[in-house]
Design a protein around this ligand. Structure first.
Ligand SMILES: C[S@@+](CC[C@H](N)C(=O)[O-])C[C@H]1O[C@@H](n2cnc3c(N)ncnc32)[C@H](O)[C@@H]1O
Length: 191
């Protein structure tokens, strides 16, 4: 996943005590869109190696994280497994009820085939969205990584159907040639 690449964002993250440069993406998303609750509970899908979770914990947010690997990070509740298999009931039990924020930085290793990577990423994003709808409290927020491509617009439309305010954002810490962007959704509509 390129965690050891010594670009300036990665060096800056390490110097600040975070394992991955991705921390600056969430920080920018929150600075611009205020998605992180002052206190409350967040579910971090694809949480390893733990930069987003560490940053959320530092903001006083209780964190439940899901990944194929557990971060080496105290303070969170880690569920090891695939998001395709973990069910909403397990997340609700671990978080003590409906949550204020669901973030997804889920990504598989890329194949280099743009369409294959795009379609796989949309499948992960759709899974993150359906979990967020099931476990989020009305009014909660959702942040999700997407790889741009043919099906990205339809995914954003599905997010718009569930949330009152939806934006697309490419943070500064995203590599210049990357197709990645984030969907930032606020205000889960009551079902
Ligand atoms: C870009 S990394 C996340 C970085 C993390 N946000 C941070 O700040 O440290 C993407 C993560 O998604 C995880 N992942 C990919 N597919 C997954 C799946 N099906 N279930 C759970 N985690 C998955 C990978 O194991 C990887 O740790």
């Amino acid at each position: 996943m390129g965690y050891d690449r010594s670009d300036s964002w990665t060096r800056k993250a390490k110097a600040a005590g975070f394992p991955a440069r991705s921390v600056f993406k969430l920080e920018e998303i929150d600075t611009r869109h205020h998605v992180v609750p002052a206190a409350g509970v967040a579910v971090d899908l694809g949480c390893f190696p733990g930069s987003w979770s560490k940053w959320l914990l530092g903001r006083g947010v209780r964190v439940v994280g899901v990944d194929l690997k557990a971060p080496d990070l105290p303070g969170g509740h880690w569920i090891v497994g695939s998001v395709m298999e973990v069910d909403a009931a397990a997340l609700l039990e671990a978080s003590g009820g409906r949550v204020d924020l669901v973030v997804s930085d889920l990504a598989q290793n890329t194949t280099g085939q743009r369409l294959v990577d795009h379609v796989r990423q949309i499948a992960l994003a759709d899974r993150a969205l359906s979990l967020a709808i099931e476990i989020g409290r009305p009014g909660s927020n959702f942040v999700c990584k997407v790889f741009d491509g043919e099906d990205a617009g339809a995914f954003v439309d599905r997010v718009r159907a569930a949330y009152a305010d939806v934006k697309r954002l490419k943070p500064d810490a995203t590599r210049g040639n990357s197709v990645e962007f984030f969907v930032v959704a606020k205000g889960l509509r009551p079902t």
